[in-house]
Ligand binder design. Structure first.
Ligand SMILES: N[C@@H](CCC(=O)N[C@@H](CS)C(=O)NCC(=O)O)C(=O)O
Length: 342
């Protein structure tokens, strides 16, 4: 190719990029949240590691951190969140009716939820799988020994569906003990009204560490994981900018971990970095904020508020005794892989 043709091509590419760079249109949800001065966040009624309020009403958990990060991005204040605790049955209606801006509540991304009930999943925040817990005194070592068991389960969950599939696939029978309220289903199990408690493995670990008698010493989680439970935040369908903001906030927290950006060094890096990727992520090289309709320092704000994904994990999930496993970064043998911020 001649030099003038190369130059001509470069001009054409630049022109194409200029005409295709459509500025982010303000979406109705972002405008509404800004006008309200607060984000309304649907969370669990109380699940250690994910969303739990203390006696003073202060919420913590990895799902809670997503909402705190969003509030920090939009208002420079992670406290500008109103939390709406939702049980398994209420959670989707709250999103459909617009009562909450986001559902950040250990909710599994499935095809039917993503397509048929008016919501969209933004990202996977936590890769989980369904497990079983039993009293040690039953002497059960594997889920394959549970034929004929009474199983405590919450309705309106993937848990309930996987349970039926698993027993059918293994030609075993079970007696479902279906209880809507989280505390009640756990109490029923510990009172011996069922032989088995089933939910996401993270939920079992949370219950074992927080609700079990005798510090959990009398109960055991069986080795089998019977399903895939990619848990993540969801929003109502029909607002592209809003889902982009939620999705890229999760990605940004992952990117921050990958590039070694932490709550402790983010301010310094934002001023001093010479790494082009970090400069773009932190807005030292402007453009990414404008592209998504947010301030250029959006990632700085998020990481300062909640830390990077690894910090979120250490603070919220590690105390439950769970290994990082699939939730490690892709560079460390896990599935956590964010598309590039560029
Ligand atoms: N990931 C599953 C299960 C999620 C779920 O709701 N699990 C229960 C048991 S850990 C829970 O969080 N309950 C809390 C509540 O009902 O308030 C789903 O999305 O269906």
């Amino acid at each position: 190719m001649t030099r003038s043709r190369i130059a001509g091509l470069a001009v054409a590419v630049a022109a194409a990029m200029a005409t295709t760079a459509i500025p982010a249109v303000a979406g109705p949800r972002l405008d509404a949240v800004k006008a309200r001065g607060q984000i309304v966040c649907g969370v669990n009624t109380g699940l250690a590691g994910f969303a739990l309020a203390d006696s003073a009403g202060r919420w913590t958990g990895i799902d809670v951190d997503v909402c705190k990060a969003l509030a920090a991005i939009m208002f420079g204040d992670a406290g500008k969140v109103r939390y709406v605790p939702l049980n398994t049955q209420q959670r989707f209606t709250a999103l459909q009716t617009g009562e909450v801006d986001i559902l950040s509540r250990n909710t599994t991304w499935t095809l039917s939820r993503d397509t048929q009930i008016g919501l969209n999943f933004a990202a996977t925040l936590y890769y989980d799988g369904q497990g079983f817990m039993v009293p040690k005194k039953l002497g059960v070592k594997s889920a394959r020994e549970l034929d004929g068991a009474a199983v405590c389960v919450q309705p309106g969950t993937t848990t309930e569906l996987n349970l039926a599939d698993y027993f059918r696939a293994n030609t075993m029978k079970f007696k479902p003990v279906v209880i809507e309220n989280l505390q009640e289903v756990n109490s029923a199990f510990f009172a011996g009204r069922c032989d088995v408690l089933t939910t996401d493995a993270s939920g079992l670990a949370a219950v074992l560490s927080k609700d079990a008698p005798n510090k959990g010493a009398d109960h055991v989680i069986l080795p089998e994981l019977i399903s895939k439970e990619p848990l993540g935040p969801a929003v109502a369908q029909g607002d592209e900018q809003w889902i982009d903001i939620v999705r890229w906030t999760v990605f940004a927290l992952l990117e921050a971990e990958e590039y070694g950006i932490t709550s402790a060094n983010v301010d310094k890096l934002a001023k001093e970095t010479t790494n082009p990727n970090i400069a773009r992520i932190l807005g030292k090289t402007p453009g990414m904020g404008k592209a998504i309709g947010l301030p250029e320092d959006w990632v700085v704000r998020a990481v300062k508020a909640v830390g990077n994904y690894g910090e979120m994990w250490e603070r919220n999930i590690k105390p439950l005794g769970l290994p990082r496993g699939l939730n490690n970064l892709w560079t460390k043998g896990g599935l956590m892989y964010a598309p590039p911020i560029r």
